[in-house]
Design a binder for this molecule. Structure first.
Ligand code: SF4
Length: 269
């Protein structure tokens, strides 16, 4: 039985559905194991993005030579990872030492570990979400390269505009009196401990907080409700990519702490 709902990552395992359908096995396509506990057996089935590796290696070499990056970190999503070992070999022939690692929208540990070894980073993939996350995670420059179109994007202006947008949301939230705390029931996103901590923090500052749960948290579910601010405890992408769909600011937990004066703005990353 195929699940027809959208799926955002291996954090989004269809455990409840598998239970209801009495399935013996879950086959999860396109993402790697996120260490979500499951009573059912799970197979993580890779889905590889295909691209012209020789052309992309040539483009990477061109970018690296222009910048004197002879040791380069390549961050990519799981769909592009299988081709990366081949890419490392092709780049070695062009005298570029490349290290490829996987990035998740909520975990950039692998690129952070690489930082001391490389001169700069490239993100290989589509969209700017992961590339921007990489740029916030490391001090060295990150460029985004789309392996299909070979377009290259600098992230400076995106970083500034994203930072400005978050600061603006935090300062609006400072005046908020009522907060809706969002909890996702997706197995790898469910964090009721953090949600209760947020509730306690808000109430201890003399404001009101209410918890809401849903599997897929969408702005339209909250359209008629009068809250001054939303606090996201699920996938960080909700506050980053979807916040413009909400009528009021959407903060992640650390941003809430800043808005309530429990953390310094300088600590914002
Ligand atoms: S960024 Fe969001 S969708 Fe991706 S793995 Fe993390 S929680 Fe899941």
């Amino acid at each position: 039985v195929a699940n027809a709902e959208p799926c955002f990552g291996a954090c989004d395992l269809a455990l409840k559905e598998a239970e209801m359908l009495n399935a013996g096995l879950i086959v999860h396509f396109g993402h790697s194991d996120f260490r979500v506990k499951s009573k059912k057996s799970v197979i993580y089935w890779p889905v590889e993005a295909r691209f012209d590796e020789a052309r992309v290696a040539e483009k990477i070499a061109e970018i690296c030579r222009e910048r004197n990056w002879f040791r380069t970190g390549l961050g990519t999503t799981i769909q592009y990872l299988p081709a990366m070992k081949k890419m490392e070999k092709l780049l070695a022939e062009k005298e570029i030492k490349a290290y490829s690692v996987q990035v998740l929208g909520c975990n950039y540990t692998a690129v952070k570990k690489l930082e001391s070894k490389v001169d700069g980073f490239l993100f290989l993939g589509d969209g700017l979400f992961h590339a921007l996350g990489m740029q916030f995670a490391v001090g060295k420059k990150v460029l985004a390269l789309n392996p299909q179109t070979l377009t290259v994007k600098e992230l400076n202006s995106e970083k500034d505009s994203y930072y400005g947008q978050r600061i603006s949301q935090i300062s609006i939230a400072k005046q908020a009196r009522t907060f809706a705390i969002l909890v996702s029931t997706k197995p790898g996103q469910f964090n009721i401990t953090l949600a209760l901590k947020a509730k306690q923090l808000i109430e201890s500052s003399g404001r009101k907080a209410f918890l809401f749960y849903a599997n897929f948290l969408k702005a339209e579910f909250f359209a008629g409700l009068q809250f001054d601010c939303f606090v996201n405890t699920a996938c960080p992408r909700i506050a980053i990519d979807d916040s413009s769909q909400f009528a009021k600011p959407v903060l992640n937990f650390k941003e809430l702490e800043i808005a309530l004066g429990k953390r310094r703005l300088e600590e914002f990353k």
